[in-house]
Design a protein around this ligand. Structure first.
Ligand code: UT7
Length: 328
């Protein structure tokens, strides 16, 4: 049976660091509040010339280099993002052109912070069906473009960055690859997390700009309650589906939104923190960028080795939530 295996991983973050100390000069907050509530110490911010497609392109080049593949080998590109360069064309088409790839199918997926795992799930299904052989699966966001730096309840949380995987068809004999993906959604929660304007509901106008409706609106404490439970549920779903136990998982890589959510989820799942990857303290919440960025860091720092079983999960706007079990 065909299976998709990870041949390469890469990531990219902007150079500019926005620290908690920098934020103290902009909004009424404190390093102590931010660190104790979120674990975040700093985040990366793109300069005004850097677009989502630029970060995606750089991450993809690194993933292709690790895979020892040429751009022309890629026949599918999927990007999970809520901050595309433009509403259309899809950012994946821009990345395709940047990389000089011809004809590969390219489209974006909007699934909030779960966008990367949704993209992975779709790419995995295409590869297992035999329709495509080599996919670039990318998760990237430049949240600073839609962050309201007058709103202390959100602006301390978000950062920019992302990563990419090269996923390739394999005959499955090695047992490696994407073992499962589970994706879910539950509409009706746009009061908890949304970007109100810029779509067909509230098109851009002087009024929408004056009302600051082109920025993220989030009710963090309400989302927090869903996050811990749904992240636990979808991780357990993956563990059960694969007939595994918590002890079989070598590394748990959850969405990097908040250390309190990560620790509470890990505790419910019975994972000691040594088995949990955390980099939210230096990147903040990068939405769709969070999982592939963490996977790249974990792999390049030796926390993931070939043959390891890695569980990833994420939750975001929609609500959407998802998990993937990977034998690396
Ligand atoms: O990526 C998508 C998924 N997103 C998430 O999973 C985010 C989930 N939510 C969270 O991570 C947390 O809810 C937050 C970190 C966003 C907020 O933490 P919280 O413990 O839920 O705080 P809160 O919203 O209940 O606010 C507590 C207090 C409030 O003051 P009062 O009303 O108690 O006087 C806020 O006004 O903290 C105040 N506050 C701040 N104080 C200092 C809110 N933001 C700040 C701030 N600095 N930056």
């Amino acid at each position: 049976m065909l299976r998709s295996i990870i041949k390469g991983v890469g990531s990219c973050v902007p150079d500019k660091i926005l620290s908690n100390e920098d934020l103290l000069k902009i909004v009424d907050t404190s390093d102590d509040w931010i660190v104790s509530r979120t674990g975040i110490k700093e985040r990366r911010i793109a300069d005004k010339n850097t677009k989502t497609s630029d970060i995606a392109t750089e991450a993809s080049k690194k993933a292709l280099e690790m895979a020892n593949m040429e751009p022309c080998d890629i026949d599918l590109i999927i990007i999970g993002t809520v901050t595309p360069d433009m509403i259309f064309p899809a950012t994946s088409c821009i990345v395709q052109n940047n990389l000089g790839i011809k004809k590969a199918a390219a489209f974006d997926i909007s699934a909030g912070c779960a966008g990367f795992i949704y993209s992975l799930s779709v790419a995995d299904s295409f590869i297992k069906s035999g329709q495509f052989k080599n996919a670039l699966v990318i998760g990237v966001d430049v949240l600073s473009r839609i962050t309201d730096y007058t709103d202390r309840s959100t602006c301390v949380l978000f950062g920019d960055g992302g990563g990419a995987l090269v996923l390739s068809a394999d005959n499955g004999e090695s047992g490696r690859g994407i073992l499962s993906t589970h994706i879910h959604s539950e509409g009706g929660h746009d009061d908890i997390l949304k970007l109100p304007a810029g779509g067909s509901n509230i098109p851009a106008s002087a009024e929408s700009v004056n009302n600051r409706e082109h920025y993220i609106k989030m009710k963090g404490s309400e989302l927090f309650k869903y996050a811990v439970n749904y992240l636990k549920d979808v991780a357990q779903e993956a563990i059960k589906y694969n007939n595994l136990n918590s002890e079989d998982i070598d590394l748990f890589v959850p969405h990097q939104a908040n250390t309190r959510i990560i620790e509470a989820t890990a505790k419910k799942l019975g994972f000691p923190m040594e088995k949990v990857f955390v980099d939210v303290y230096k990147y903040g919440n990068t939405s769709s960028g969070s999982i592939p960025l963490a996977l790249d860091e974990a792999y390049r720092s030796g926390r993931i080795k070939q043959g390891d079983i890695v569980l990833v999960d994420a939750i975001g706007a929609g609500l959407t939530w998802a998990s993937a079990m990977i034998k690396w």
